[in-house]
Ligand binder design. Structure first.
Ligand code: UD1
Length: 441
């Protein structure tokens, strides 16, 4: 069991380089299963979600080599069709293999992803899209069992109750790339990671138009070849560093941050009084004036404010001057971090799909536990602005999506250190006391 020990730090001065986008890497690595030849993916972040996806591909029979930021997938005529519970239960995005497996093998058995702390996570849109192309599904023993003798192009509307679905769009687009005929996806997700997958498939020989818009047209081709492809920079990692600078103050140049992918985030942070300069291939972020001004934020599909930055934004608003309302339109239940931030002295109440955040002058360090990936970053940022020591548990969530986050913080002067229970003589006792509180984590 690892924890992060954090003390008040800042300002952040210097430069940080953004890694490749995890959420682009996952569907792209899965889509390597569509090719006849090895593909080399560059700028792949070394995070546990990507390692898990590599494990799934190996389990299916592909050869995966991951060294540095380069990941090579050799499909080798893989024959597997099963993505097992042990792997899928650790990462919902394992569902990315469903479309490629059905298209290539005519069969797929993917463990049904359960709900998670950010709320129910249905897969109806994935199934609806692939069914329209001729696949049939049943749920057996906790697995989605899909078969498709032949996938045919179709016109598919992929809008759901909460808007478009990123991974349903990537699954259908991947399958359609080698299906028979033309597929048109309406209400497609427009996220940059969807565009990156489309560009990867096009490099492999696919015929795709309209990616980045709500209507994508895919004309199926006979085969896809291997390619060398470079993943886009991670806009959520960049947004986290921007928020970190807003919370801790300073002057940070974020190399690789693409302004076009961060429009809503730049807009909101500028409203809080941050100064943001668009440089060539990077963003310079400065906290121009004290204090940070409270702003209202509503999460929406791209190009709206990303749900993945709602928790870091809440940590910022917890210290802002005034009251802000953060509204979730993508995951209405994604508020587990409220209770943890309140343990540190924040003043946040939930009303339906909104959080009402009254900014406070100080946070006080406390033992807290990260409930999910992006909440882990929010708690680290809150800890860096809190009095005394903060202990953040659940750091395995941080490792799922942020490469070198704490090392980079240390390099920029922050006081943050990873410990295991064994490293501290009083640790076992301290951890047991926490468990005895009976609080829900
Ligand atoms: C992806 C991202 C995740 C991000 C999310 C929203 C990856 C690996 N993960 O997740 O970081 O938070 O987009 O930007 O790329 N929904 C349905 N039916 C479905 C699928 C989704 O109702 O079949 C709902 C979801 O419950 C949610 C909304 O649609 O309310 C958006 O989810 P979706 O875009 O599918 O999220 P993911 O693609 O799983």
């Amino acid at each position: 069991m690892e924890k992060l020990l954090i003390h008040k730090s800042g300002p952040l001065q210097g430069t940080v380089a953004i890694h490749g986008a995890k959420n682009a890497a996952l569907p792209i690595v899965a889509a390597c299963l569509l090719g006849d030849e090895p593909s080399i993916i560059e700028n792949v972040p070394q995070v546990t979600d990507v390692l898990l996806m590599s494990e799934i591909l190996r389990h299916l029979g592909a050869t995966v080599d991951f060294s540095g930021d380069r990941l090579t997938v050799s499909p080798n005529g893989y024959a597997g069709t099963v993505a097992p519970y042990e792997l899928v239960s650790r990462m919902r995005a394992s569902i990315c293999v469903l479309g490629p497996l059905l298209a290539r093998q005519g069969k797929a058995q993917v463990s049904m992803p359960g709900g998670c702390v950010i709320g129910p996570r249905p897969v109806d849109l994935h199934l609806k899209g692939l069914q329209a192309m001729g696949a049939t599904f049943s749920i057996e023993h906790g697995y989605i069992v899909g078969t498709a003798n032949e996938l045919r192009g179709a016109k598919i509307h992929l809008g759901g109750s909460f808007g478009s679905s990123v991974l349903a769009t990537t699954n259908v687009m991947s399958a359609a790339a080698i299906a028979d005929g033309v597929t048109v996806i309406e209400h497609a997700a427009c996220e940059p990671e969807v565009v990156d997958l489309a560009n990867f498939l096009i490099a492999m020989g696919a015929r795709i138009e309209g990616h980045g818009s709500p209507v994508i047209r895919i004309e199926g081709v006979e085969r896809l070849h291997g390619v060398r492809y470079r993943i886009i920079p991670d806009r959520i990692e960049a947004g986290t560093w921007m928020t970190a600078t807003a919370i801790l103050g300073g002057d940070l140049t974020i190399e690789g941050a693409l302004a076009d992918h961060l429009g809503a985030v730049i807009d909101k942070l500028c409203e809080t009084t941050m100064a943001i300069d668009k440089l060539n291939g990077s963003l310079r972020v400065r906290r121009s004036r004290d204090p940070i001004r409270a702003v209202d934020v509503t999460t929406l599909p791209f190009p709206g404010f990303p749900t993945d930055l709602q928790a870091p934004m809440m940590a910022l608003m917890a210290r802002a001057r005034g009251v802000s309302v953060l509204t979730e339109r993508v995951y209405p239940e994604r508020f587990m971090h409220i209770a943890e931030l309140n343990r540190m002295g924040a003043s946040i109440t939930r009303e339906g799909t909104s959080a009402i955040v009254k900014g406070v002058d100080r946070l006080s360090g406390a033992p807290v536990t990260a409930p999910d990936l992006r909440a882990s970053a929010a708690l680290v940022l809150a800890g860096l602005t809190a009095e005394n020591q903060t202990e953040v548990g659940g750091v395995e969530h941080l490792d799922r999506g942020y490469q070198d986050f704490e090392n980079e913080l240390v390099r920029l002067g922050a006081d943050i250190r990873r410990i295991t229970a064994e490293e501290r003589p009083d640790a076992a006792l301290a951890f047991n006391v926490e468990r005895d509180t009976g609080e829900e984590r």
